[in-house]
Design a protein around this ligand. Structure first.
Ligand code: ZN
Length: 292
C-alpha cells in the first residue's frame, strides 16, 4: 500500500496576522493562538484518525502526473504567497475524489482527485472538438464512476492516452482546487472550525467548514487565478480550471447525488457555486463560460 509525500516540505510558522475578520474565533476562544507545532499536532491527529497514518511517502505512478501536480501547486503557491505542505494520499487509503485543507498550512489531495481532473480535462479537450455538452457530461460521469469504484491495482496512473490539451486542462483544474484550499488556510477558516469542534465537543476532522466559508474560498480562489492568468496568459492559472472543477462536482451531484461523494453535502450546490464564480469572473472582465 502506498502512502503520501510532502510535495513542498517547507513548514514555517504561518503568519496568523493574515486572518480575515470572518474567521476570527469566538471571544474567549484561544484557537487562534495555537503555535505552529500545536497546529501540526492537530493535523497529524486528524490524518491518523482518518487514514490510520500521519503520512510519510507517496510515489506517483507516473512522472507526468507528478510534474502536472507540481506545476499546478507551484504556480498557485507563488501567486498566493503560500508556503506550506501539500500531501497526496493514494486511493488505497483514501477512496474518494477529494481534496481539503488542514491546520499547519497543509493541503491534502486524494489521488482520485488527480485522476478525476485528468478524466474531466480530457473530456473537455474532446468537447472542444465535438461541441456536445451532453457527450462531455456522459464521458465525465462514466470516468468518475470508474474512479470511484475501482481499486488501486486496477487504476494505475496512465497519462499515455491523454492529449497535451487534456493534460493542460487537468493541470488548470488542480490549480483551481489548490487555490480554493489555500484560501481556507489563508483565511484561517480552521480557527472557526476548531472553535466549533471545541464548543460542540466533536472531533475536529468531523467538523466542516461553513457554506459561507466555502463560497469565500471559491471567490478568493478565483481572484488568485485571475492574478495568475494576467501574470502569465499561457500558465496553469486559468478561470476555466475552477469552472471545470465545479462542472465536475455538478456532474457528480446530478449523477448520483450526494451519496456518491458524501462531503459534497456540506458544500453549496455546485450549480450555485458555478454561477457565483462565473459572475465574479465576468465582473472582472473575463468570460468563463465553458460551453459557448
Ligand atoms: Zn472548501
Amino acid at each position: 500500500m502506498k502512502r503520501f509525500l510532502t510535495l513542498m516540505s517547507v513548514c514555517i510558522a504561518l503568519c496568523l496576522s493574515s486572518c480575515s475578520d470572518s474567521a476570527s474565533p469566538e471571544p474567549g476562544c484561544d484557537c487562534a493562538n495555537l503555535s505552529f507545532e500545536e497546529e501540526r499536532e492537530i493535523r497529524d491527529d486528524a490524518l491518523e484518525s482518518v487514514y490510520g497514518t500521519p503520512g510519510i511517502n507517496y510515489e506517483f505512478g507516473s512522472a507526468e502526473a507528478e510534474a502536472d501536480v507540481r506545476r499546478a501547486i507551484d504556480a498557485i503557491a507563488a501567486v498566493a504567497g503560500f508556503s506550506g505542505t501539500v500531501m497526496v494520499f493514494d486511493c488505497g487509503v483514501a477512496e474518494t475524489i477529494n481534496a481539503f485543507a488542514l491546520p499547519a498550512a497543509t493541503i491534502v489531495f486524494h489521488e482520485d482527485m488527480v485522476r478525476a481532473a485528468y478524466a474531466t480535462g480530457q473530456a473537455y479537450a474532446d468537447y472542444l472538438v465535438h461541441r456536445s455538452r451532453q457527450r462531455f457530461r456522459n464521458q465525465v460521469a462514466d470516468a468518475l464512476i470508474d474512479i470511484q469504484t475501482f481499486t488501486v491495482e486496477e487504476m494505475e496512473f496512465n497519462t499515455d492516452n491523454l492529449s497535451e490539451e487534456g493534460r493542460r486542462l487537468a493541470c488548470e483544474m488542480l490549480a483551481g482546487v489548490a487555490a480554493h484550499e489555500i484560501c481556507h488556510v489563508r483565511s484561517c477558516h480552521f480557527h472557526k472550525r476548531l472553535c466549533n469542534a471545541a464548543q460542540t465537543n466533536s472531533d475536529f476532522e468531523r467538523s466542516r467548514f461553513s457554506r459561507a466559508q466555502e463560497t469565500e474560498a471559491d471567490t478568493s480562489g478565483a481572484s488568485y487565478l485571475l492574478q495568475g492568468m494576467r501574470a502569465d496568459i499561457d500558465g496553469p492559472l486559468q478561470p476555466r480550471g475552477l469552472m471545470l472543477v465545479l462542472e465536475m462536482l455538478d456532474i457528480i451531484t446530478d449523477l448520483r447525488g450526494e451519496s456518491f461523494i458524501p462531503w459534497l453535502s456540506t458544500h453549496p450546490d455546485p450549480k450555485l457555486r458555478k454561477l457565483a464564480v462565473g459572475e465574479y469572473f465576468s465582473r472582472n472582465g473575463v468570460n468563463s463560460e465553458l460551453f459557448q
